[in-house]
Design a protein around this ligand. Structure first.
Ligand code: 13P
Ligand code: SF4
Length: 319
């Protein structure tokens, strides 16, 4: 069997940054990174964003190679939009508990049991689930999209029950919710957030809609990662308790260096507010993926074409 050996990534951070910049030029590659990535990955990325911004960036790029510093469903989304491009995910184990909470066979049976329902799926799902959906949404546009659906049209919302419940409250719509959730956003402790608010009386709590109602009710602002970032910049408040993955705090501190950001604590004494899947990506793995042009995202073309339609509907409905 033919095997290739790769030189290990440079050990000095400066050499590694330089090597990554050179590889980007050599491959005509773009590095797209989610806000939950480690700060050094955010700093080397060509584009940082929330799920909607990253999907738009993937739809618009002229690069030949997309290196996705995020999780599997995000890289899959880039591939759905760019079948002709090489899409690399530095660690194929970078999955998502929320996407995993919606197995395609079980969802197919659920959908078949409710044939009159329109299926709106949160982008945090597999290509197979997207292919079974009518419209995709993200945490930035879920409310906007649901508001555009005629009121007499029954809706299945999958897979995140917390985002689904939040959208129901915001729109006054009843929806049939798939009971999935994210292990990171369900880890925050309501009691510890209340204690923090008592110790920091001028701090505002802000939260991602993937959090449970018990956490959302203490938040003065709820939004996607990009919306939370923009809110912190604009708000006159100087101190924030941030109930989402703490990777976002890197950009918050960059955009508002004089403000103070406190990560909302998890229930246990652990780092479970950090997404274990996002954190699998490292600069070294980015280097190895670009050098070897693998691991590459591939998918069945029938699934890709079926998943593209609801993605395009989302992009049209969220302009
Ligand atoms: P957004 O990128 O839409 O804020 O969602 C956060 C998330 O959990 C991504 O996995
Ligand atoms: Fe999935 Fe939650 Fe990690 Fe986002 S934070 S990638 S929803 S496990």
């Amino acid at each position: 069997m033919f095997t290739t050996t790769l030189n290990p990534p440079p050990s000095s951070p400066i050499d590694l940054f330089t090597a990554l910049e050179n590889l980007k030029k050599e491959l005509n590659a773009v590095i797209l990174a989610h806000y939950y990535q480690d700060p050094d990955i955010q700093d080397i990325a060509d584009f940082i964003g929330d799920s909607l911004q990253l999907a738009r960036a993937a739809a618009q790029t002229n690069a030949d190679v997309i290196v996705f510093a995020g999780v599997h469903f995000m890289a899959e989304t880039a591939k759905i939009l760019n079948p002709e491009k090489l899409v690399l995910l530095p660690d194929m184990n970078a999955g998502c508990s929320l996407a995993d909470s919606c197995p395609p066979d079980q969802f197919a049976a659920f959908k078949a049991a409710h044939p009159d329902h329109l299926v709106i799926s949160y982008i945090n799902c597999s290509a197979e689930i997207k292919a079974m959906s009518d419209i995709i949404c993200t945490s930035s546009n879920a409310v906007k999209i649901v508001k555009q659906i005629p009121v007499d049209q029954p809706i299945i919302f999958a897979p995140d029950r917390n985002l689904g419940r939040y959208v129901m409250e915001q729109t006054g719509r009843d929806m049939l919710l798939w009971q999935g959730s994210c292990i990171v956003h369900e880890t925050f402790s309501e009691r510890k957030i209340v204690e923090l608010k008592i110790r920091h009386p001028h701090a505002e709590a802000i939260a991602h809609p993937e959090c449970e109602t018990s956490v959302l009710r203490h938040a003065s602002y709820i939004g996607s990662t990009a919306a939370l970032l923009s809110y912190c910049q604009k708000s006159p408040t100087q101190e924030f308790i941030v109930a989402t993955e703490p990777g976002i705090i890197h950009q918050m501190e960059k955009f508002a260096p004089h403000k103070h950001f406190i990560p909302a604590p998890p229930q246990n004494n652990c780092n479970c507010n950090e997404c274990p899947f996002m954190r699998l990506n490292t600069l070294e793995k980015l280097y190895l993926a670009m050098k070897s042009r693998s691991p590459e995202i591939t998918m069945d073309e029938n699934i890709r074409v079926a998943a593209l339609r609801p993605m395009q509907r989302m992009l049209e409905m969220s302009v």
